[in-house]
Ligand binder design. Sequence first.
Ligand SMILES: *Cc1c(COP(=O)(O)O)cnc(C)c1O
Length: 429
Amino acid sequence: MKQILKKLKLNHLQYQNNQLFIENVNVSALAKKHGTPLYVYSEHAFLNPLKELQKALQPLSYTICFAMKSNSNLQILKLLKKNGCGIDTVSGGELFRCEKAKIPGKDIVLSGVGKSESELKYALNYRDTGIRSINVESEGELELLQKIAKKEKKKVKIALRFNPNINAKTHPYLSTGLKKEKFGLDKNEILNLTKKWHQFPDLELQGLSIHIGSQIFEMKPLKDAFLETKNFLLQLKERGFPIKMVDLGGGLGVKYDASNNKEKVMSIPEYGKVICSIFKNMGKDFHVCIEPGRTLSGNAGILLTKVLYEKKRGGKSFLIIDGSMSELIRPALYQAHHEIIPAILQGTKTQNTDVVGPVCESGDFLALDRDFPKSRPNDVLAVLSAGAYGMTMSSHYNTRPKPAEILVSKNKSKVIRKRETYEDLIKGE
Ligand SMILES: *Cc1c(COP(=O)(O)O)cnc(C)c1O
């Protein structure tokens, strides 16, 4: 178990006298006090990669826009804002969260393949100033945005989302930079649009945005996409567009599976170096945005759950826990691997087991066929690397109230979202 923490480089988690701690807070005590299932985040783990990225991009004029779809808790947004981070949004609801967290418009970008009229209007009028960039993904969106801008008498800063047709070599559901995928505009489409830019007098084309996928472990596809984008920016500049920015998306992979050697995490300094070397000579007013999601949030969270029952049939063993696909859908949705470790180490005996939830679906598992320490009812387990796309992808399926969220800093912990009640579940019905 200690080996797993080491291999995943989860420095904010460690066993002291066989008890699991997140920073300096005992995980079992949190489970006892707040109940399970329970999301717990480490402040340190959020800020560490942020600081690394900030250092790596130092030579540039840059904004790091955290992809809040990976973790959108208001207190997390406030924490990141306090530490110099901006936000990448993909919906009106996310803009609303930004407003509540008092994120300035200049630190926000809006992406998404299907923004509605009201969402575009929201972005354009966000705190009067609008936002840094609306990343437009289709001709229809451009036409709609122009119509809104004219009506609202605003000039709007936009980037076009460029689909470079580059294979990010990740899970097919996580790839977004191929022509066959719904995202962005290809080179010809963008060139054709620029030819009729007189139709969009209130839209200022300041640059391009890309995001070729998520859970990427190789620098090469990213570097290829960056180079392609830079050349394209220069081409647009030549055509007279006042090019001032690029948004390079997110996508850096996080290690989830301690024994999978293919999950070799890219070094942030290396990543920064590649970005700086490609974009440093774009002029002194040129601005680079990146949109890391999982890089900041992935390792920062754990999901605490409790063993309810142990069940044996034939040669097979099931550990039935109180966490499920309703709280963490990644295993069911992407066949994702999450390491699971006990909150208290007792003995070295292991057995092969499936770790499954109470939800009525055979896809409701958190681990299959895993050699796992022998556990008993009421034992607390920690599902690791659950900070990204965990709570934000959770659902009420089987009418399960959403779990509470806790933020830990050193020896302090605070509730940053209350556990839902049954009453909360029927609100609005
Ligand atoms: C999801 C998404 C991101 C973040 O992806 P990660 O893999 O979590 O870093 C960034 N930009 C856009 C446009 C996205 O859709």
